[in-house]
Design a protein around this ligand. Structure first.
Ligand SMILES: CC(=O)SCCNC(=O)CCNC(=O)[C@H](O)C(C)(C)COP(=O)(O)OP(=O)(O)OC[C@H]1O[C@@H](n2cnc3c(N)ncnc32)[C@H](O)[C@@H]1OP(=O)(O)O
Length: 196
C-alpha cells in the first residue's frame, strides 16, 4: 500500500496497516522537508502509484487529489472496528480503531470513519466525508459529500446533513442541516455559511 500525505492522520493509518500485516511501500508528500515517516520513505508525488490511500484529514484536499490521480485505491479497516457484512464501504476509505459500521450502511469513497465513531443501520455517507472520533450517527442518517462531523457529535435518526458542511465538535443534530454551512451546539444551529 502507498499513502498520500505524511501527516498525523497517516500515522494512524500506518498503525492499521501494520496491525493487518499489510506492507507499506512508501508515502508521498509535496513537503520537500519530509523524507521519512517512521521507517517509511516519503517521496515527492511526481509519479504516484497504487494501491493508494489519501492520508490527509482535510476533506477538500482529499477530493482535489483524488480527482487529479488515476490510480487504484486501497482501504484500511482496523481489526477492532466492527463492520456489518451488509455494510458497503467504497475505495480509499478508512475505518479507525473501535469504530462501528452497522447493517446496510453505505460509506462512499475517500471517507474517514474515525476512532470509536458509530455509523448505524442504513446511514448513507457520501464521498470525502469525515466522521470524527466518537461521533454517533443513529439509523438512517444521511451525510452529503465532503461534510465534516466534529468529534463527539450525535446525529439523531433520519436527519439529513448536506454537502460540504461542518458540524462543530460535541453538537447534537436533531434537524436537517443544508449544504455549505457551519453549525454547532446542542441544539445544533447554523452560525455561518461556508464559501464552497
Ligand atoms: C483524530 C482527530 O483529531 S480528528 C479531528 C476532530 N476535530 C474536531 O472534531 C474539531 C471540530 N472543530 C470545531 O468544533 C471547531 O470549533 C469549528 C470547526 C466549529 C470552529 O470553526 P471556526 O469557523 O473556526 O469558528 P470559531 O472558532 O471562530 O467559533 C465561532 C463561534 O462558534 C463557537 N464554537 C466553535 N466551535 C463550537 C462547538 N464545537 N460547539 C459550540 N460552539 C462552538 C465559538 O465559541 C464561537 O462563538 P462566539 O462567536 O460566541 O465567540
Amino acid at each position: 500500500m502507498y499513502l498520500y500525505g505524511a501527516s498525523g492522520h497517516a500515522k494512524v493509518i500506518i498503525d492499521i496497516l501494520r496491525a493487518n500485516h499489510e506492507p507499506i511501500e512508501a508515502l508521498f508528500d509535496d513537503n520537500e522537508k519530509i523524507h521519512h515517516l517512521f521507517d517509511y520513505p516519503v517521496l515527492r508525488p511526481s509519479k504516484v502509484c497504487g494501491p493508494l490511500i489519501i492520508s490527509i484529514g482535510n476533506n477538500g484536499i482529499r477530493r482535489k487529489i483524488a480527482k487529479e490521480l488515476k490510480v487504484e485505491y486501497g482501504k484500511a479497516f482496523h481489526s477492532s472496528a466492527i463492520i456489518s457484512e451488509e455494510a458497503e464501504i467504497r475505495e480509499g476509505s478508512v475505518v479507525m480503531q473501535g469504530a462501528i459500521v452497522q447493517s446496510d450502511a453505505c460509506i462512499g469513497s475517500h471517507c474517514i470513519i474515525n476512532t470509536g465513531a458509530s455509523v448505524d443501520h442504513e446511514c448513507l455517507i457520501a464521498d470525502y466525508v469525515h466522521i470524527s472520533p466518537h461521533c454517533t450517527l443513529c439509523g438512517n442518517v444521511q451525510v452529503g459529500e465532503g461534510t465534516w462531523i466534529g468529534a463527539g457529535s450525535v446525529v439523531i435518526p433520519g436527519v439529513k446533513i448536506g454537502k460540504w458542511s461542518i458540524i462543530g465538535a460535541g453538537s447534537v443534530v436533531a434537524k436537517d442541516i443544508p449544504d455549505g454551512v457551519l453549525a454547532v451546539g446542542n441544539r445544533c444551529k447554523i452560525i455561518k455559511n461556508i464559501v464552497l
